[in-house]
Ligand binder design. Sequence first.
Ligand SMILES: [Zn+2]
Length: 267
Amino acid sequence: MKKKLLIILSILIVVGGVYFTWTKTQKKEEPKEETSEKQEETPKETEKEEEKEEPKEEEVQPEEPEQPEEPIVEPSRHTNYPGTTSKGYTVEVIDGIAYINGILIANKTYSLPSDYYPGGLLNDFLNPYYEMQAAASNDGISLEIISGFRSYDDQDWIYNNYVDRDGKEAADRYSARPGHSEHQTGLAADINSLYQSWGETAEGIWLNTHCADYGFIIRYPQGKESITGYMYEPWHIRYVGKDLAQKLYNNGDWITLEEYFGITSQY
Ligand SMILES: [Zn+2]
């Protein structure tokens, strides 16, 4: 009887063992199927991740060299102005401000000290402006200053907002870096609109045609971006005095301050 029981037990053990190993292999196979499915998926995911990561790295890489450029946005001062321009004019620097023939120069090359703060539009600008505004009104033209004096800090805020929105390269085409804006001089203002198409309106044409009679110039004329460093701005006027303004008007074919004096406008 004991032998029979032992035989039965050993059979059970063997059968049990076989069943156990069979179920093990079943379990192994099942997960294999799962993992093979996962393996198909996971490479897709990792590919996607790699695809996502790669451009990120590419984006990050150009940003890294730009970081040291950030401080340049603020100072970018050309301290060594030429004593004499290519047209033979003398550049005079008084309290950190460059003048040529008594005309204050503020562009991408010539900057203003951060503490230069006239605090508003100067009477040199305002008196002839009111005269011009009255004359325009008589012609049925309404002129309004939409942006006049801007401090160094105002410009810093505005410029950096544009850089955040459009990037530095684009912003530099239409917005001055702090210390380089004519709006900090108290001698420049934007009139009525900030759309280039405004230049073709009756108001824009009036301003373009008559401003020189009051001592103002269209500072950034059409087609002169490579010279002034700025896109066409039919709204931006700068006071330079009647004599110079009328010379620069040039019967409607504006000569820029850069061309007239033989100076650059580059960061
Ligand atoms: Zn302006």
